[in-house]
Design a protein around this ligand. Sequence first.
Ligand code: KG4
Ligand code: ZN
Length: 349
Amino acid sequence: MKVLAIETSCDETAASVAEKSGIGIKILSNVVSSQIDIHKKYGGVVPEIAAREHVVEILPVIDEALTLAGIRQADLIKKKSVLDAIAVTIGPGLMSSLQTGVETAKSLAYVWDLPIIGVHHIIGHIYANFIDLKQNIHFPAVVLTVSGGHTNLLLMKNWYDFELLGDTRDDAAGEAFDKAAKLMNLDYPGGPAIAQRADQFELSLKKNKLTLPRPMLQSNDLDFSFSGLKTALRYQLEKDGNWHNRVNEYCYEFQEAVAEVLVSKTIKAAQQYQVKTIMLAGGVSANLRLRQVLEQQSKHILPQVHFLKPLLPYTTDNAAMIASAGVFYTQKQLFTSWQNLQANCNLSI
Ligand code: KG4
Ligand code: ZN
């Protein structure tokens, strides 16, 4: 069983083909055309430019994904069953970006006479964990999903059933990284830029003399808030005439603050819901420090709980994660028809 997936929710035009393999998912192709270099000069994603790029990139990207997976156009047209379904991200995201992926998926489903699957972007990020899976998943699981637009704690009750436990009250974790980076004149996207400088500070073996707040660390709920952290950073930078020479230290402390809050609330959720697995997902899960602290704390505080994180190439936006979800949905026949599929930029979980 093979699924073609398309992802265009933000500034990556992506296509992938995946199939079931053992207990997990095998990726046959994973093509991502990133617009980061284009948006970098504006310090963030410009929706109109993103939409125009998707329109230009979508067919070459799909064509490459099919070719790399050994699927021939001619066979699809002859309706030989080389693909079982087309999965596509329907939201949340930028509306004009989502529409390119959704309308292209609908057109292909129409001409190739294939069922179609609408995938929630964040749920897709979670399914990245099942690519090349080596161990069985034990449910319930708590999932920390951290991206540029989302910071959620989710309870995954089985392969298909999710419940929202906690959310951010303002900025998402990735957004906080991006805004903090901007304050320090670092490149977009801010997450990797901050992580790289934080590493340099750690390697310099200097002692950190800065303290930034850990917002909502002690709150009774499972929610987050990151805008106060960004403001605290701004105030400290404004007061510090020497901050340009201490950027690595500021990055280190900022990353520590974000990781500590995320990890602490995830462990709290795991305890509260007595889960059997802790998972990480989303673009910010590329952060090595977050991966390390969450894994260490999980194993230390909850040694009986399994810990799972996505492989690094599948952390930031890609279509392999949507293909992974697509294969699972195909197994359960969670299809829709092209007539009923629509992009929804505010899609909830
Ligand atoms: O999932 P994603 O690729 O796109 C959205 O769905 O938003 O996540 C992008 C976010 C950006 O905010 C980016 O700064 C952050 O993920 N990010 C990181 C790292 N790599 C990407 N944040 C922290 N550390 C990283 N290494
Ligand atoms: Zn994402």
